[in-house]
Write a protein that binds this ligand. Sequence first.
Ligand code: 5GP
Length: 203
Amino acid sequence: MNKKGLLLVVSGPSGVGKGTLMKLLLEKNPNLRLSVSATTRSPRPGEVDGESYFFLTRPQFDALIAEDGFLEYAIYGDNCYGTPKKMVEDARAVGQDVILEIEVQGAMQIREKCPDAVLIFILPPSYEELKNRLIGRHTEPTEVVERRLATAKRELLRAGEYDYAVVNDQLETAAEQLLAVIEAAKCTANEMKEFIDEVNRHA
Ligand code: 5GP
């Protein structure tokens, strides 16, 4: 039988480059699966239903909550986001390592429900740098930028609660560090428990 795959949770403020980092990580490690979340927000240009997210109406989202279909869910901004259980459980059961790219409230729910999950926070090289990225990205109204900065500050305050913190300064370095975290997570005595027991049975 396959050993159960890891559950990895990645969070970080908007603008920190999580999306690009995840893409590179998946290219480097074919055993990784990125969970596709459900959301009630509208698709952005280029987003594909079933790939970027499962785009649901609020009643559809609520129905999934009612049938206990989410591993975690949270309200973020004006929208609901949740991790459908099935894909995560199926992939882990066949030994694939699954990444959830979710915000802080969801990450803390996962920590409660799945104590063996590995929580990783992606940090910007500095607050100043994040601010420049968030301001420079679009030509949006000041209040939108202000709100985004306030959210980013609130999220950065939670970074210390995670198991690992990786700085996304050089994309390549950050991806290598994430791979190293994943390798280390496979070698905890807890992860190796079955093997340890097996060796001891024959000792
Ligand atoms: P966006 O709308 O920009 O795609 O995502 C907004 C935030 O929701 C991001 O921080 C993203 O990580 C988070 N998010 C995406 N999917 C989920 C999910 O399934 N659960 C939770 N709790 N957060 C999610």
